[in-house]
Design a protein around this ligand. Sequence first.
Ligand code: JFZ
Length: 474
Amino acid sequence: MLNRRLVAFGIVAALAGLVPLINGISAAAPQTHHWVVARSVGLSTSAPGNKQMREPAGKMHTADMGWWRKARFGMFIHWGLYSVPAGVWNGKHAPEPGEWIKNNAHIPNKQYNALAKKFDPVDFNANQWVKIARHAGMKYIVITSKHHDGFSMFHTKATNFNIVKATPWHKDPLAMLSAACRHQGIKFCTYYSIMDWHSRDQVPAHPSATYPTYNPTHFAPGRGPAYLHYMERQLHELITQYHTHLFWFDGQWMHGWNKTYSHKLYSYIRSIDPTIIINARIGSGYGDYSTPEQHIPAQGLPGPWETCMTINNTWGYVSWDHDWKSSTTLIHHLIQCVSGGGNFLLNVGPTAKGVIPKPEVDRLLAVGQWLKVNGDAIYGSHRSPFKAALPFGYATQKRGKLFLEVTKWPKSRTLVVPMRNQITKASLLANPYITLQTASGAGGQLVYLPPTAPDQSASVIVLHVAGPIHPLQH
Ligand code: JFZ
């Protein structure tokens, strides 16, 4: 009971911090700066803070978002000490999500820290994880380098509370994943929590030797600058040692995190490597894209955005959660994101042994199968030209092409596409050799379909059209 109340409190606190932020960023028009400084220069030994590489005064969208906008589909990985208890504490189910167990089961530092001795992911295989992402059709991975629990999943000089020093495994999974990503052509990106339940610079909401509640923390008196410095040391490592392409910040609702800190952190990262993409959870309106969580905004958001989502009901592994979304649902979510101009970041929660659970792998590979056939409608595609929802599914587009992702195959065997443009050719993306008949009719262009849907999840029709789409308003 008490648990639930405090979890709810945490979510309300999180919401309070995030809503203005998401609104703030969507309102801003994207602006692009063309950086002459090459990424490799940014990663050289030149001192961070070098004047010439400093960020101009502008607040956001300074990174080249090119690869990220084309990628459309990424893998989120929540992996850390919390994967050891896996949602069970003192023999009882702790409230989800699994990575919140230190807060939600009110675990004192000493007991939580001891989990490190049990963290021995002998079955971890970086190449295999990246291969799973690749076969799922994902173009980037975002892994927790440090979640709210404060445990660093990489070799850091800033603290001994890290996977190399504190576990019997003594290995650096981020180094191995970064290398595997480079070999397999996947962008390596990192999640980093600003809130830290382990740091002595932050005070838990309700400190207690036996029943602490951590969320939301606040800075210990005068310790904000020291904590910022700690973060900068770690981010510097993540940039120079692991070549992270993106920082996915979180936990910015901790008390005391303010505009000055957001700005300092943003400028710091830019000063080291201006090509790094930064999400809006860095706080106070800074950041390059917004991050709606667990839901997809109906017609998308104006600026760059990415929905992150779990496959069951937790980010970090929970042994008893078997509430898996179907692969069809996941395919629909991916399509809906892209048709709204956004990315889809789908989460996996590997076990403490280092294994991505099979039900997750099965679903990812099914999405990958669909993308092998239909990827042209997703990668590098832009948002639907239509303002209102379409009765048969979704639309995405590229120069000269309109893709219709049909999730509800019409009994009438006719699609009504609400646009003025003439169709020069219509076919199934799965089979370009069979041409579909088309006609102009009331309400737009008509496309005549075969009697049954070729794909049980979503069948994609590709229409060749000249010039930009002119939607008919309805
Ligand atoms: C945060 C984390 O607390 C969580 O553990 C996970 O990492 C997720 C991806 O991000 O959770 C949030 C963030 C924002 C809201 C709720 C949970 N919110 O806006 O309601």
